[in-house]
Ligand binder design. Structure first.
Ligand code: IMP
Length: 420
């Protein structure tokens, strides 16, 4: 399909990196549409592991890649990743294009993110502390610094001086944080600007031209549906729009240019950070799933909370993204279990049960999962799905009304089964 969005259908960490890497093989252009260095994609190719945060995964496959206007870019992180990829033999110049309209994550955004979380104490969001929220806040307040500002040293200096003066007041007076030295900031950012300048491009025009030429364009989402600023489990969300529509907004193309939306969901669920999690596993099976699935954050190393598959939340993801097919990743992690609970409904505080995701936060915060227990297959998955695993997949398809077209059975690129 010419234009496909790959979207996280849960709380992030669904294994999108691997699916993007796989589909990137047959694509001409891979476009990252939101978020910044809060993402953590792990891709294993030919025994080599890549852990990347900022660049689109497609670059590892040697594809042309773009970072859209809806992203935030930390220049220091991006340059470090580009240097690492170059050192490992990957070309980046002429392959990566960064929207001039994307906003920059500056060192004070990172400082503010950490300081705010500390100040919130028990009420903290559990952010990645990469400066994401403060950078998007400046964008919306219309005081942000954009990638295109890197192209003019005079403008850049002016904007940096203004920003440092203001942020230092906040940092010192509100958060008792050391101030930033303006000259140090300016010289560092001017140096990074020189490195980034060759990558800056009009990415709307780039994508439009690719689609007109009949090229295959893959839009790569970061985080996941339930972390969406508008539709996720606010306030325990990120500050951008991971849902599929975010791709059109970020790249400045009409929504009717998108042909397919592939949702990526784990065969169970994980969540990092705070917030309600109805199907969270309680008891010793939590540690088993966590260990088998290696559920520790790529960016922060934090333990991920683990839960059984939640079809209420997945049905919501199908709806808000317009998911046309699903990739179910890490099915192999469930091979060790003889019984597999699947959350099919929520019981609300009023006692009624619903198969639809609650619109009101109090209902979601206080709902209880209603599980149906499916038989496990209790045997490793090789080249074909065992009968009970097929049953598990069919159960998901029937509940959601969308086909599962890919199943992940291990970390490496080749550990994916295509169904149907
Ligand atoms: P932020 O995006 O750093 O502001 O963090 C906001 C929330 O999103 C926190 O709950 C984070 O744990 C979560 N989050 C951000 N990026 C990711 C990700 O790539 N995977 C999973 N959770 C994430």
């Amino acid at each position: 399909m010419p234009a496909t969005v790959i979207v996280g259908a849960q709380w992030g960490d669904e294994g999108k990196g691997k699916i993007v890497d796989l589909l990137a093989q047959g694509s001409d252009l891979v476009c990252r549409y939101q978020g910044g260095p809060n993402a953590g994609h792990t891709v294993v190719v030919g025994g080599e592991t890549y852990k990347i945060r900022q660049i689109p995964t497609g670059l590892i496959a040697g594809k042309r890649c773009a970072i859209g206007a809806g992203c935030v870019v930390d220049p220091a992180v991006l340059i470090a990743e580009l240097d690492e990829l170059e050192a490992r033999g990957h070309r980046t110049r002429g392959l990566l294009f960064v929207s001039g309209n994307a906003h920059l994550v500056m060192p004070w955004h990172v400082a503010l993110d950490g300081a705010r979380e500390r100040r919130l104490g028990n009420l903290q969001i559990g952010t990645t502390r990469r400066g994401i929220g403060p950078a998007y806040a400046d964008k919306v307040t219309r005081i942000g610094i954009r990638v295109q500002d890197l192209l003019d040293p005079k403008i850049l200096r002016q904007k940096l001086e203004l920003a440092v003066a203001e942020k230092n007041v906040w940092l010192q007076r509100v958060y008792e944080h050391d101030p930033f030295d303006v000259e140090e900031v300016v010289s560092t950012q001017l140096r990074l600007a020189e490195r980034l300048a060759p990558y800056v491009e009009d990415t709307s025009l780039l994508v439009d031209a690719a689609l007109r030429a009949g090229e295959r364009v893959l839009f790569e989402g970061a985080q996941g549906t339930l972390l969406d600023l508008d539709h996720g489990t606010y306030p325990f969300v990120t500050s951008s729009s991971p849902i599929a529509a975010g791709a059109a907004v970020s790249f400045g193309i009409g929504p009717n240019r998108i042909d397919e939306v592939l949702g990526v969901a784990k065969a169970y669920v994980t969540r990092v950070g705070e917030g309600p999690f109805p199907s969270e596993i309680v008891g010793p099976e939590h540690a088993r799933v966590q260990a088998l699935g290696q559920e520790f954050g790529t960016v922060t190393g934090r333990e991920r909370r683990c839960g059984w598959l939640d079809l209420v939340a997945l049905r919501f993801a199908v709806r808000v993204n317009g998911i046309t097919s699903l990739a179910l990743t890490k099915l192999d992690v469930l091979s060790e279990f003889s019984d597999l609970p699947v959350c099919v409904r929520y019981r609300l505080p009023s006692g009624t049960e619903t198969a639809d995701f609650p619109a009101h936060q109090s209902d979601f915060h206080h709902c209880r999962p209603v599980f149906e227990v499916l038989p496990g297959w209790a045997t490793p998955i090789e080249h074909e799905l065992p009968r009970a695993a097929k049953g598990y997949v069919s159960f998901v398809e029937d509940a959601l009304g969308v086909p599962v077209t890919l199943v992940g059975t291990g970390a490496a690129r080749e550990h994916v089964l295509a169904l149907g």
